[in-house]
Structures are given as structure tokens and as C-alpha cells.
Design a protein around this ligand. Structure first.
Ligand SMILES: NC(=O)c1ccc[n+]([C@@H]2O[C@H](COP(=O)([O-])OP(=O)(O)OC[C@H]3O[C@@H](n4cnc5c(N)ncnc54)[C@H](O)[C@@H]3O)[C@@H](O)[C@H]2O)c1
Length: 327
């Protein structure tokens, strides 16, 4: 019998006293807490991964050097759905199964993105800050109800946005490389090309994953298509937006405002966009509702245990792993 399996928990979503960790302990694992307020770097992870059998992971660095430094790693389960910080080829080569926990936080992200849209439109953060500072400054802002919402990416979160938008009597336009025409007819909403969506929408919200084809999807040229009265909301991945181009567009008042929960570099340091008045920012927190965190943590821990027992990781994102040595 090898040593007790050691499971590293780095996701900030999993609390030290999270009931989900009992799933690991009941399966005879040692839980190694390694949470960090910011994603852990490659140097940090190269050390942390040694002697670890499985990871309940956040958006830390799982690049090739980290995976190659692992000596007994069998699985990485990302608490959430984004796995762009994991080098899947390196994981597959080392027979490490990589999984995610889909279906646990899409309501949370859609609620948050919708909240950002309302806050941007009606200057809720600015009103809070000025009132708390003893001032009494009132600013008008546009309605959300009845306006046009443009959704880029109609997966689990994008569909949630479409439902919420229709609840506010919005005209909903969507763009995706895969279309759910049945849902589009039912709600209804209309699929259009990206440029048309950008031209027509009062609010544009991004819900596509980070892929080579979506990196800098919203660049200077595309920002120029948007109405000067429009707002951009990004709760997907920072790299979808050219942050410098967005800063220029906001400064030049070619766009009314933006809300960003995600950044190309997290935390974003002292980027000039953080100082603009018509911008709301938050620390990659859209998916982290109380209910979503509990559900995702439990699913991740169960998935790790399944691998340790010789089974497969749930929602595997590197299925080639089963074609190699492990199969
Ligand atoms: N801020 C947060 O806390 C947080 C939490 C969860 C997810 N996310 C991000 O949100 C993204 C979306 O999550 P989801 O659960 O809806 O994922 P999903 O996989 O259900 O949906 C993604 C959709 O994007 C579409 N897509 C792919 N390429 C596209 C392109 N070029 N243009 C338009 N659409 C494209 C896909 O076809 C799919 O329909 C995730 O990939 C993740 O990066 C952020």
C-alpha cells in the first residue's frame, strides 16, 4: 500500500472547513491546503506539486514545467470550467487526467454579469462611493429594461444571460460558433455575426472561452463598431479583450463604460483602465456564489477520489489520456 494519497487544494473557492473536503478524508486522503489569494506562479507550483497525487485546483499555473516536476500526480480537477492555465498536452503525456466542474457556477456568473450591467448603467458604484464620502451627487444613466443585449458565446452562462435579458424585455442578439437554434426560437433571441452584434447592442457581454480564436476578440477595430453609448461586460477571460484598446476607447468616449471581472494578467497591477471613472472592476469572482462554491468543491473532490480508485475524472478535458499508457 503506497503512502496516503496527498491532495493539494489550491482553489480559493474551497474553504479550510469546507464540508466537501470530508469526501477526500473519508477516502483516506491527506488534504494539503495551498490556497492563495492570487493564482500561484510556475516557480511556486513546481515546488508545491511534488509528492502530490491529485489537485483540487484554482487558476494556478499548470504549465509543462509544473506537470513535469510532479512525481506522483494522477489528476488535476479545476474547480470551475476554465482550464486555460493547464497544459493539456503535458498532462496527457504524463497520464494526468484533467477535469472540470461544469454546471456548478453558470447561474452565479450570469447573476454577477447581469448585476455588473445594471451597476454600470445606473452608476451604482459611483453613487455609493460619492454618497459614502458625504456628497449628494446624482447622475442619470440609461435603462437596461427594454434595451438590446449582445451575448458573445451562448454556452451555459450565455444562455443564462439570454434568459435574464428576456426577463427584462430586452432584445437579445447572440453570436456563437455553435448555435442553439431551438433555444433561440423559444426565448426568443437572434443569432447574428459578431460585427452586427457589436453595432446593434446597448450592452455587450462576453461568455466565450479563451481559445486561439477568441484571444483579443474584442480589439481596437471591433471596439470601433460599438455605439458610443454602449457598455462592455467581461466575466469570461481577460485575454478576450485588448485592454489597452479598451482603455483608449473609454478615454476617447467611443464607449460609455466597461465592467471587468477578469484580466489578461491577474491581478492586473496598476493598469490605467483601473483609474477610469466609467469602469467597474472585480477580482475574478463572478463564479463564486456560496451555493456554486459548495457544489463545485464537492464535485471536484468526488472526481479526484474517483481517479484515485482507478476510475476516470469527471468532465475530462484531455480524453486522449485514455488512449495512452493509462488505457
Ligand atoms: N469570471 C468567472 O468567475 C468565471 C466563472 C466561470 C466561467 N468563466 C468563463 O466563462 C466562459 C464561458 O463559460 P460557460 O460555462 O458558458 O462555457 P460553455 O463551454 O458552456 O460555453 C462557451 C460557449 O462559447 C462558444 N464559443 C467558442 N468559441 C467562440 C467564438 N469564437 N465566438 C463566440 N462563441 C464562441 C462555445 O461554442 C460555447 O457555446 C468560460 O470558458 C470561462 O472562461 C468565468
Amino acid at each position: 500500500m503506497p503512502d496516503k494519497p496527498r491532495i493539494l487544494v489550491t482553489s480559493w473557492l474551497v474553504e479550510e472547513d469546507d464540508p466537501a473536503l470530508q469526501v477526500l478524508r473519508d477516502a483516506g486522503c491527506e488534504v494539503v491546503m495551498g490556497r492563495s489569494p492570487r493564482p500561484r506562479t510556475v516557480e511556486d507550483m513546481v515546488q508545491a506539486i511534488k509528492g502530490i497525487d491529485g489537485v483540487v485546483a484554482g487558476s494556478d499555473n499548470y504549465s509543462a514545467p509544473v506537470i513535469e516536476a510532479a512525481d506522483r500526480l494522477k489528476t488535476i480537477v479545476r474547480v470551475g470550467v476554465g482550464y486555460d492555465t493547464v497544459d493539456l498536452a503535458a498532462a496527457t503525456k504524463k497520464s494526468v487526467q484533467v477535469g472540470t466542474t461544469p454546471g456548478t457556477n453558470h447561474h452565479a456568473v450570469a447573476d454577477y454579469a447581469f448585476g455588473l450591467m445594471l451597476a454600470l448603467a445606473r452608476r451604482i458604484v459611483r453613487h455609493h462611493n460619492s454618497t459614502a464620502a458625504g456628497k449628494w451627487q446624482r447622475e442619470a444613466g440609461p435603462d437596461v429594461y427594454g434595451k438590446t443585449l449582445g451575448i458573445v458565446g451562448t454556452g451555459a452562462i450565455g444562455k443564462g444571460m439570454a434568459r435574464r435579458g428576456r426577463g427584462f424585455s430586452m432584445t437579445v442578439l447572440a453570436h456563437d460558433v455553435v448555435r442553439d437554434e431551438e433555444l433561440a426560437r423559444a426565448l426568443p433571441f437572434r443569432y447574428v455575426e459578431l460585427d452586427e452584434l457589436l453595432r446593434e447592442s446597448d450592452y455587450v457581454t462576453l461568455h466565450a472561452p479563451l481559445l486561439p480564436s477568441t484571444r483579443n476578440l474584442i480589439n481596437a477595430e471591433r471596439l470601433r463598431l460599438m455605439k458610443p453609448t454602449a457598455f462592455l461586460i467581461n466575466t469570461a477571460r481577460g485575454e478576450l479583450v485588448d485592454l489597452d484598446a479598451l482603455t483608449d476607447a473609454l478615454r476617447a468616449e467611443r464607449l460609455a463604460g466597461a465592467a471587468l471581472d477578469v484580466f489578461p494578467k491577474e491581478p492586473p497591477g496598476d493598469h490605467p483602465i483601473l483609474h477610469l471613472e466609467n469602469v467597474i472592476v472585480s477580482p475574478h469572482v463572478a463564479g463564486g456564489s456560496t451555493e456554486a462554491n459548495l457544489a463545485a468543491a464537492r464535485m471536484a473532490c468526488e472526481s479526484v477520489v474517483s481517479v484515485l480508485k482507478g476510475g476516470r475524472v469527471a468532465y475530462c478535458v484531455n480524453p486522449d489520456v485514455y488512449g495512452g499508457a493509462r488505457a
